[in-house]
Design a protein around this ligand. Structure first.
Ligand code: MLC
Ligand code: AMP
Length: 506
């Protein structure tokens, strides 16, 4: 098995360099040859700015094929790709820049000056949603052949930040082997070939859109219809040209709510894949009834890439995430003792395999705390295997809200709210939401006499937290319910606001 990422991906389209690789909604086509040439230009450009193997390249830009070329150029130059959600505020960005110490930072054009001040040691360049800006110009100037820097399987290819229950983000270090092995396994497991066309509507700053989608399609030599974002009109317009789609559950609930989703509209589709958040069994059934397609649900994480998947052939069981992928071991353990539990019992999901990350960047204590001595990674998700070997995720051992496929750690939001004047304390919870699956809600205890309300709190959070992390509603209460140990009983709060977004008319 090839273990250097770029070489592994190239094997997928070797001999077919002139074939179509990417197409944007306005009809611009990239061949594999274009991606090779453009990634070489970015690699040369990055080396020109002094990038040495192992140096980080932070990228916070709108999605475009150019970003994919930049990512591959970084890998080819021996660098470490560090993608960042465009929703992050400058305050959030500060933390990533200080922690990761990138050599090069690529941002949206309006932010170059501000980011330059915040990362004085980095070269800061611009790229817009059309793939234009100083980064692209520097790549134009650097165009030419590039010999990919050799990298070993344990060398870093990417760092992706994931928030934690302590409120601070941790950088998950992903190696060439992690990413290459996952791409090859998924290509085979989902039968992806050069004939496939993926309707790509996910962002490319997360595992799902970048690695599960792009790496796998490249490794198979397939092509992608590259949408800047999920847009229902564009999805229905382009669906007839696709064979494959990957999405978060919100994609599928939005499609189901649209009369354009018919058997005819998806007749030529081969596969719909869902992940990043639980797909309700009722969504699975409704989609199947309407279209004849059984959505294939799989389970993954930033730290591990994909772990488990429903089968391509055989029954795709609603409400389950299927079987461990080839080469991946999954066990269910007692969360307290780590002792493996018998089939059927609910416990902690632990994972071991070539997909499991190397550890948290500059954080050996956290890394040690989340691995067992025998190498299994403790996911923080609770699950059980049924008698036929299908894994179900039945809850989370970690305090986490997943909204539209994006993780929000309540602790981080609570810390931001608690720091506001007039606030005694807060509790942040997730409640069912028809569009996002779960929505973030804050329950806040104001200081007596403080003139603070929902609007003030939301306004004060605007420059501190990315919009998707901000509460959709804020409720003021005189006190939070606590158990005898003094711990806030979030289950009571969740019950109280359970119908907030789901009752008729809300
Ligand atoms: C946008 N908004 C959200 C949100 N996305 N709020 C909560 N949760 C979300 N996920 C807010 C915006 O800030 C804005 O608020 C308003 O909703 C409308 O914004 P929008 O940009 O028009 O939203 P939309 O384009 O409709 O985005 C929704 C979405 C998107 C579901 C299409 O969030 C999305 O693409 N999600 C996928 C995320 C993903 O790739 N996850 C994979 C992680 S990897 P306001 O206040 O400005 O109006 C992973 C591992 C694995 O988990 O297993 O895959
Ligand atoms: P992230 O840290 O953003 O990579 O999110 C990973 C988390 O998303 C996992 O730990 C799970 O809690 C959740 N997740 C991913 N896929 C699924 C799924 N199919 N069903 C339920 N939860 C999922």
């Amino acid at each position: 098995m090839a273990e250097a990422l770029f070489e592994t991906l190239c094997e997928g389209f070797a001999g077919r360099e002139e074939a179509r690789c990417l197409e944007t909604p306005d009809g611009r086509v990239w061949r594999f040859r274009d991606l090779l040439d453009r990634s070489a230009a970015y690699a040369r450009m990055l080396r020109g700015f002094g990038l040495e193997p192992g140096d980080r390249v932070a990228v916070q830009v709108e999605k475009s094929p150019e970003v994919l070329a930049l990512y591959l150029g970084c890998i080819r130059a021996g660098g470490v790709h560090l993608p960042l959600n465009t929703a992050y505020t400058l305050a959030e960005l500060d933390y990533f820049l200080a922690d990761a110490e990138p050599k090069v930072v690529v941002v949206r054009p309006g932010l170059v000056e501000e980011v330059g001040k915040r990362a004085p040691r980095a070269t800061v360049l611009a790229l817009d949603g059309e793939g234009r800006g100083s980064a692209a110009e520097a790549a134009d100037a650097a165009a030419g052949p590039f010999e990919t820097v050799p990298r070993g399987p344990d060398d870093l290819a990417a760092i992706l930040y994931t928030s934690g229950t302590t409120g601070r983000s941790k950088g998950a270090m992903l190696t060439h082997r992690n990413l290459a092995s996952n791409a090859l396994v998924l290509k085979d497991y989902w039968r992806i070939t050069a004939d496939d066309v993926l309707l790509h509507a996910l962002p490319i700053y997360h595992v799902h859109g970048l690695f599960t989608a792009c790496n796998t399609l490249l490794a198979a030599g397939g092509s992608m219809l590259f949408l800047p974002k999920f847009d229902l009109d564009e999805v229905f317009r382009l669906l007839p040209r696709a064979t494959l789609m990957m999405g978060v559950p919100t994609f599928y609930t939005r499609m189901l709510a649209d009369p354009r989703l018919t058997r005819e509209a998806v007749a030529h589709m081969r596969l719909f894949v869902s992940g990043s958040a639980p797909l309700l069994a009722e969504t699975h059934r409704a989609f199947r009834e309407r279209t004849g397609h059984a959505i294939l649900e799989r389970y993954g994480m930033t730290e591990t890439g994909m772990n488990a998947s429903n089968p391509y052939e055989g029954e795709r069981r609603p409400g389950t995430v299927g079987f461990p992928l080839p080469g991946v071991e999954i066990r269910i353990t007692d969360p307290e003792t780590g002792r493996p539990l018998p089939t059927g019992e609910i416990g902690m999901i632990e994972v071991r395999g070539p997909n499991v990350f190397k550890g948290y960047w500059k954080n050996p204590e956290k890394t040690a705390a989340e691995f067992r001595p025998d190498g299994f990674f403790v996911t923080g998700d609770l699950g059980r295997f049924d008698e036929r070997g299908y894994l179900s995720i039945v809850g989370r051992g970690k305090d986490l809200v997943i909204s539209g496929g994006l993780n929000v750690y309540p602790k981080e939001v609570e810390e931001a709210i608690d720091a506001l004047p007039g606030v005694v304390e807060s509790a942040v919870i997730g409640v069912p939401h028809p569009d996002f699956g779960e929505a973030v809600v804050a329950v806040v205890v104001p200081e007596p006499g403080a003139s603070i309300g929902e609007a003030e709190i939301l306004a004060a959070l605007a420059d501190k937290l990315a919009a998707f992390k901000r509460p959709k509603r804020v409720f003021l209460v005189p006190e939070l319910p606590r158990n005898t140990m003094g711990k806030v009983q979030k289950n009571l709060l969740r019950e109280r606001w359970a119908d907030l977004f789901t009752k008729a008319g809300s």
